[in-house]
Structures are given as structure tokens and as C-alpha cells.
Design a protein around this ligand. Structure first.
Ligand code: 8X3
Length: 260
């Protein structure tokens, strides 16, 4: 275990999947963590595990990222020492529904747009000024292969992830003169997350989309994020696109069993 570092790492969507895997990796390297999400019980359990395992300080922030007032209230509730993250991992995001555009549900569209785009903006707007003041910091957005390609029935989800890609690029333009690194990871299919079960509204049969090939795991993506963060200060990795070996693109997956 490494000695506890000084500045915190702020992770949104930390209660499961990629966010949780990030908490475990950064925790193992001795970073104090702000773990944010909606589900208090899960976050507190994660905090207790991280504190016991790595002897780090962990701050739980429980709020709905779609609500700008709730984001501000949560941020303002932090003691000053927590309000200067060295890294913001904008991970909170989800897919809801899998319909062609003429059958899509407006409510699903709102949820994806509010979480994946507006939530990312609300948190960035709160955290980025502290980095500008310090002339130091880093933001890593969790994009997706869906931010670079589209696929049938992906419509609004793909649009939100294309927006994340555009925001990563434009945030970098705005922040690089302040010494702040901005980059992203763009994973393909990742199992051990709640992505598929959320997209298919809890339908386990429909959500069994990984059974005939070997996709990425949350930890694979979290390791890519840690790699981006741990480069020397003069290096900014702009995007890591990663997929399982059996996935060549959003639309081409070798569904031949788990052969690797
Ligand atoms: C997750 C990857 O292909 O399901 O962002 O959109 S995909």
C-alpha cells in the first residue's frame, strides 16, 4: 500500500462498475477519494471497504447528478480540503432503452441527456474553477465507442456520447492554457457493470448481451484511466479507445464463445 497522497480524486457514478473499479485502483495507490453517486448504502459500504483495505480517507457524496441544485449543494457541503481535486473522473452515465428512433421513449431520452451530458457539465462547472485557480488538475471523461460510432437502436445514447467526445475536446481547448489536462477513455462492451441491465429496464434475458464473447471488465477501463492520470505532467493522453479482443467495432463482434 502506498502512503496517502494529498489531493483527492473525485469519481462520479462510483457505486458500481467502472466508477467503483476506479475507486479501488486509485485507493490502492493511496489517493483520498470523493465517491459520488445516488445510492448511499452502496457508497458507504464501498467507503468502509476502501478505508479498511487502503487506510485512505474517503468522502461519500450522495446526490442525483441530473439535478443542478443538488450537485451544488453536495459540492458546497464538502470541507475546504476536499474542494481541490487533483482529478475529476466524469464517469456517471447510462443507457436507457434500445428502440429505433420512431419508437423511442421520451423519458429515456431525457434521462440519458440529463445524466450523460448535463450531469457531466454541472460537476465540471463546480470542480474546474478550483483547478483553474491552482493552475493544475486533470479531468478524464468516460466516453464510449458510442461516442465515435453509431449502431442501430443506439440513437440517443450514441448522441450523448458523441456530445461527451465533443466536450472532452472543447474542454481541453478551454483548459490547456491553465495547466489542466483533459482526456477521456472510450470503452466498447464492458461487463460487470449495470450498463446492460439498466438499458434493458431490468430484463435479464435481453441484458445477456455478453454471453457469447469475452468483453472488457470494469477494471480494464479503470486501469486505462489510471494510466492516463499517472503519465508525467507534460503528457496528456487525449483518448484511449479499447474493446475486448473479440469486438472490432460497435457493429462487429465475433460472437463465437469466450475463446480468449
Ligand atoms: C457502451 C458500449 O456499444 O453498448 O458504451 O454503446 S455500447
Amino acid at each position: 500500500m502506498e502512503k496517502q497522497k494529498e489531493l483527492p480524486i473525485f469519481i462520479t457514478g462510483a457505486s458500481s462498475g467502472i466508477g467503483r473499479a476506479c475507486a479501488e485502483i486509485f485507493g490502492s495507490h493511496g489517493h483520498p477519494l470523493i465517491v459520488a453517486g445516488r445510492r448511499r448504502e452502496k457508497l458507504e459500504k464501498l467507503r468502509d471497504q476502501l478505508v479498511a483495505e487502503f487506510g485512505i480517507e474517503v468522502q461519500v457524496l450522495c446526490f442525483d447528478i441530473r439535478d443542478s441544485k443538488a450537485c451544488r449543494k453536495a459540492w458546497e457541503s464538502l470541507e475546504e480540503k476536499w474542494k481541490r481535486p487533483d482529478l475529476l473522473i466524469n464517469n456517471a452515465g447510462l443507457a436507457k432503452g434500445f428502440h429505433p428512433i420512431h419508437e423511442g421513449m421520451e423519458e429515456d431520452w431525457e434521462t440519458m441527456i440529463d445524466t450523460n451530458i448535463k450531469g457531466l457539465l454541472y460537476i465540471t462547472r463546480l470542480v474546474a474553477p478550483t483547478m483553474v485557480d491552482r493552475k493544475k488538475g486533470q479531468i478524464i471523461n468516460v466516453c464510449s465507442t458510442a461516442g465515435h460510432e453509431t449502431y442501430p437502436n443506439g440513437n440517443v445514447y450514441c448522441a450523448t456520447k458523441h456530445a461527451v467526445d465533443a466536450l472532452t475536446k472543447s474542454m481541453r481547448l478551454d483548459l490547456h492554457t491553465h495547466g489542466i489536462r483533459v482526456g477521456q477513455v472510450s470503452p466498447g462492451h464492458v461487463e460487470e457493470t449495470e450498463f446492460a441491465i439498466t438499458r434493458f429496464g431490468g430484463d435479464k434475458e435481453k441484458a445477456a448481451i455478453y454471453k457469447d464473447f469475452n468483453p472488457l471488465r470494469s477494471r480494464d477501463v479503470a486501469e486505462a484511466i489510471y494510466f492516463i492520470y499517472s503519465r508525467p505532467a507534460h503528457v496528456n493522453v487525449q483518448d484511449i479507445q479499447l474493446m475486448g479482443t473479440q469486438q472490432a467495432s460497435s457493429n462487429f463482434i465475433h460472437r463465437s464463445g469466450r475463446i480468449y
